[in-house]
Ligand binder design. Structure first.
Ligand SMILES: O=C(O)c1ccc(O)c(O)c1
Ligand SMILES: [Mg+2]
Length: 627
């Protein structure tokens, strides 16, 4: 698959954008006119720079408001087009995108439109240019891709073809199946963009909220399968208008963009293999577009461990001890402690003094094959995390997530134990081994400029499924909260938008987190666990009395049960599937713990309780600040 990206997706100057695209590994780019007009580079300079970088200049765009106009305006539009064709010759470019008329269309007549597009095609032919006609979702008369394609077929000129843009097609819920019947020589260009499902006017949605494939809710693999079956084999190019990407680090966004195409290519190949049958390579014989695959890995089967880095570990050790975790020893060669509760393993890492205050630094995931899972993540452009190992120590395969959390891919075992724990020396008696306790979920706060990137990272590299995101009110804003999980819920990761007031510098110091994150442990008798923790002196997050009044009004609870919840600062939720009990600890550094009990088939996170937690933690931070 030939990969491309439009310069409009990225921040910076044209030169910076082109360099970032080359470093990220794109085959070509769409040159946005604005980027050229505002550049000190001459067309010849751009052509030479592209050649030096090994980047194709695959599409010049956009050319607006051409068709459906009276004759005098058409002549003017042809003159304007010819100027662009001459410019393209200096750039060494041969394809221009012409979008359907929005602003100046006056005559709604397909016969006239076809005649006007035919005149444009003839003129383009004289200049060796190909015109890719695109139906904008908000075009005045032409806003449906099949309509645009009918016009292309009516004209039937070798210099006129269709540009298919997934956003304009999927935002309008058009059926994508008819694409398969298009003649491949009439499809000149394919643009892909994903988007969250939003209810707003389609122009604003398109100009501000497009995201890279895998970061939104469109079924792009389905769209691509139709395109591939049609016999198209040209560029598949990202055209993502997004307010955040346009102001984020250009190199990083280009890599995020590339990751989305690598993933989409794999998903498309998989869709074709499943639907058309045969071996993964079978579609290559049938369709001209070659689709690369990735190492295929099954879902992760659980959390292997969570690691907290800290200089001063006293507070953390006290907290874990009060929760009932046992100190299970120090590592033979590293400044690392292991604490366990049932199968929940927490590592305290004292090695890296970059993080003075305790913060979540790494997560281990159980996988079938750490080598394959790591190869997949690396092919998806995840940076490798170096980890020194001694002979006879477990070799961890690690990659860095977008927020710099280190993700380790660990060998799963049938009974949920971890082989590496023998590298730790003598610890305390861990108590009854029958105790049920596992890491239920981990909540990571994401800086605003990396949120979509994180969703794609966990989707593509770890095969976690994003659930529709929720919005949780808090004193520092409406917090976007995105659950990513495996189909059996063995792994649940919750991404929360980090409050901007806590984020510090725009891109933060690497490896430093200043916002709160937490590790949640599931047990089977939360009330008993909370009582024991309280006796050991655990500081619970104090829950306001108003909360319990509201809880009683909503659920009409047994008075004794309600009294217990109130006494122990427990939170409660219930739905059609079951019940949920949970509590939070006070925060140490930027980490706190949650303990949960899921009863019946309850699958949520106590969403109604999240605003209470945010407000109480905010209060605690404010009073610490005052003190
Ligand atoms: O928003 C626009 O105007 C616009 C321009 C060119 C495109 O290819 C497109 O998809 C949208
Ligand atoms: Mg487009």
């Amino acid at each position: 698959m030939r990969t491309g990206v439009a310069t409009v997706c990225l921040s910076g100057t044209l030169r910076e954008k082109m360099q970032a695209c080359a470093i990220a590994g794109f085959d070509g780019i769409e040159l946005f006119e604005q980027d050229l007009i505002t550049s000190p580079l001459s067309p010849e300079d751009v052509r030479a720079l592209a050649a030096d970088l090994g980047l194709g200049l695959d599409l010049y765009q956009p050319f607006r408001d051409f068709d459906s106009v009276p004759e005098d305006l058409l002549r003017e539009n042809l003159r304007r087009a010819e100027a662009k064709f001459r410019l393209m010759s200096r750039l060494g470019m041969d394809t221009i995108l012409v979008c359907s008329n929005v602003a100046t269309a006056q005559i709604d007549d397909d016969g006239l439109r076809a005649e006007q597009l035919a005149r444009l095609a003839r003129l383009a032919g004289e200049h060796g240019v190909k015109v890719a006609y695109e139906a904008l979702a908000w075009g005045k008369y032409v806003n449906d891709y099949e309509h645009a394609h009918r016009l292309v077929e009516m004209v039937d000129h070798p210099n006129l073809g269709t540009c298919l843009d997934s956003f304009h097609i999927l935002s309008r819920d058009w059926d994508t199946a008819p694409i398969e019947a298009f003649r491949p020589e009439k499809i000149f260009f394919v643009q892909v963009a994903d988007a969250p499902r939003l209810s707003m006017d389609v122009l604003s949605w398109s100009r501000h909220h497009r995201v890279f494939p895998g970061e939104g809710q469109f079924d792009l693999a389905k769209f691509m399968a139709h395109v591939v079956r049609a016999g198209y084999s040209g560029p598949v190019s990202l055209e993502v208008f997004n307010d955040v990407f346009r102001q984020s680090d250009v190199d990083r966004t280009a890599v995020d963009a590339m990751r989305s195409l690598i993933w989409l290519e794999e998903q498309s190949a998989r869709r074709l293999t499943v639907q058309d049958g045969g071996a993964p390579a079978a579609h290559r014989r049938r369709h001209p577009m070659e689709l690369a695959t990735l190492p295929r890995v099954p879902e992760t089967t659980g959390f292997d461990f969570a690691e907290v880095k800290a200089d001063d570990t006293a507070g953390l050790e006290t907290l874990l001890g009060q929760l009932g975790f046992a100190f299970a020893g120090r590592h033979r060669t590293k400044d690392v402690q292991l604490w366990t509760l049932g199968q929940a393993r927490v590592i305290i890492n004292e090695q890296a003094p970059s993080q003075a205050e305790p913060a979540i630094a790494a997560l281990g995931f159980d996988v079938d094959s750490p080598v394959l899972a790591s190869a997949r993540a690396q092919q998806l452009k995840a940076p490798v995390v170096p980890r020194t190992v001694q002979a006879d120590e477990e070799m961890f395969q690690g990659v860095a997530a977008p927020d710099s959390t280190e993700i380790f891919l660990c060998q799963a075992s049938p009974d949920g134990t971890a082989a590496w724990t023998h590298e730790f020396g003598e610890g305390q008696d861990a108590g009854p081994t029958s105790l049920y306790a596992v890491i239920d979920h981990v909540n990571l706060a994401q800086p605003w400029q990396h949120f979509d990137e994180a969703v794609l990272f966990y989707t593509s590299a770890l095969a976690l499924e994003p659930a529709p995101f929720a919005e949780v009110p808090s004193p520092t804003g409406l917090v976007r909260s995105q659950v990513m999980q495996t189909s059996d819920r063995a792994v649940r990761l919750v991404l929360n938008l980090a409050p901007i007031v806590q984020q510090g510098a725009p891109d933060g110091a690497p490896g430093r987190k200043s916002y709160q994150e937490h590790i949640a442990v599931a047990v089977d008798d939360l009330v008993a666990m909370a009582r024991a923790a309280k006796e050991r002196g655990l500081e619970f997050l104090p829950i306001p009395a108003n909360y319990y009044e509201d809880l009683d009004a909503r659920f009409s609870l047994e008075p004794d049960f309600l009294a217990t919840l109130r006494e122990l600062d427990l939170l409660y939720d219930r739905d059609g599937e079951g019940e949920f009990l949970h509590f939070y600890t006070a925060t140490v550094g930027s980490v706190f713990f949650e303990v949960v009990e899921r009863r019946g088939g309850y699958d949520g996170y106590g969403a109604a309780n999240a605003p209470v937690r945010h407000a109480v933690q905010y209060d605690a931070r404010q009073s610490r600040g005052v003190a």
